[in-house]
Design a protein around this ligand. Structure first.
Ligand code: GLA
Length: 413
């Protein structure tokens, strides 16, 4: 079934004439500023926020656990100028769409489209008592692949928050900005996501992964060994985190299991506090799904802590084994992988120089993250493209990314 569907994509051709662009071209900050000026007759400032890839630690960030993402060199740019008429105007270059909404009524104007991300941030800032009521004009463009598990949504949110706060000359701690953006996504957009994406997009650092303790909202940088490359393979299977995707369901199943453990051990505030021994004792009182979701989260926390140590020791083989175990747990216990992703992981693990591969992000499609020896990366990319296309008929987008800095204002010439 799955192969017969994907074979329809054969018309995409392999390889396309002229080879593969590394990523789609987008406006430079100066070009975006020009476009903004032409659209709104106002000189803007421009802000940038990256996407992210998660090396290990999936679905642990809403149970007080550990994650290890990195910001990547794909980004959202937001050009912004203040208004005086209480309206929120935004133009998306990617979607070629304009929006014009009253700031006082953002909630009522929710549209279930891309505009909910910047509008949600304005709403969250307003709820936080920040004076956004005069309004803003935004021009938004990005090259973070959409619905691919690389946090295009959080990238738009954080770029918007930086842009609005910068325009109002307000400085907030990065943690608070991340929490505000998460609130926008939870309460305004309706996706019950954790804090990982917004946090790393605020705090990312070039050439480093970021180990985040999501209970205390603290982080440590983990330098990525220079001998290794992060290769991201996009299965081209889209996922969604808002209602309709499996994210909220998985979270609810996990929380149902947590409540059972809490009845026996009230000191368990979040799954981070629980152990496999707890699951052995009381797991039979849970639904089989809840038991598996909880087991994934509890074991995944241990894997992240072990992965940090492996990175510190430059033990990439060990790091890769942990990625492998994480993928099996994600596939079998969390049940949020899909056949295309499993195939990409299998293919990757057979390639010389690949230390580890796993699905990255919320699940149900999207991308795999692969740690590959630098001198094997080019051959790896070609082998993955050919192998995936031959098996599915799908032409995967494959990116070799560098870990990047977090959100910032972009100086204009
Ligand atoms: C999405 C969410 C994150 C996190 C991951 C899964 O990216 O936005 O908060 O839960 O899924 O690890």
């Amino acid at each position: 079934m799955y192969f017969s569907i994907s074979l329809k994509n054969r018309h995409l051709g392999y390889p396309p004439p002229g080879g593969y662009p590394r990523k789609p071209p987008m406006q430079t900050p100066a070009e975006l500023a020009q476009l903004h000026l032409a659209t709104y007759a106002a000189q803007p400032a421009v802000y940038s926020a990256p996407g992210r890839v998660n090396l290990i630690g999936e679905h642990t960030d809403y149970s007080g656990g550990f994650v290890m993402p990195a910001a990547i060199d794909f980004s959202t740019l937001v050009a912004i100028s203040p208004r005086t008429n209480g309206r929120f105007l935004a133009h998306s270059v990617n979607f070629n769409q304009h929006v014009d909404q009253p700031i006082a009524d953002l909630l009522a104007e929710r549209s279930k489209t891309w505009t909910d991300y910047p509008a949600g941030v304005l709403w969250a800032l307003r709820e936080r008592g920040i004076a956004v009521e005069n309004g803003f004009s935004l021009t938004v463009v990005g090259d973070v692949p959409l619905g691919a598990g690389l946090s295009s949504s959080a990238s738009v949110e954080v770029a918007t928050a930086f842009a609005v706060l910068g325009t109002l000359n307000i400085t907030l701690p990065l943690t608070e900005i991340a929490l505000l953006c998460q609130r926008a996504e939870n309460a305004f957009v309706g996706a019950n996501v954790g804090i990982m994406d917004q946090f790393v997009i605020c705090c990312g650092r070039q050439d480093n992964a970021v180990m985040i303790d999501t209970r205390f909202l603290t982080y440590t940088l983990a330098p990525i060994p220079p001998t290794v490359r992060i290769v991201i393979c996009n299965s081209m299977v889209k996922h969604t985190l808002a209602d309709g995707g499996g994210y909220n369901t998985r979270r609810a199943e996990m929380e149902a299991g947590l409540h059972i453990l809490q009845q026996h051990r009230p000191e368990i505030v979040a799954l981070r506090d629980a152990t496999l021994a707890d699951l052995e004792k009381w797991g039979s009182e849970m639904s089989p799904q809840s038991l598996r979701r909880c087991r994934h989260v509890i074991t995944e926390d241990d894997r992240v802590l072990a992965a940090v140590e492996a990175f510190k020791a430059h033990d990439l083989a060990r790091f890769g084994q942990l990625m492998h175990a994480a993928q099996l747990s994600f596939r079998d216990d969390f049940e949020a992988s899909c056949p295309e992703i499993d195939l990409l992981v299998d293919l990757a693990e057979k390639q010389p120089g690949c230390f580890g591969a796993r699905l990255t992000g919320g699940g149900f499609g999207g991308c795999t993250v692969n740690l590959v020896a630098a001198d094997r990366a080019a051959a790896f990319v070609e082998a993955m493209r050919t192998g995936y296309f031959n098996a599915t008929g799908i032409t995967a987008d494959i990116y070799t990314s560098r870990a990047s800095d977090g959100a910032h204002q972009v100086p204009l010439p």
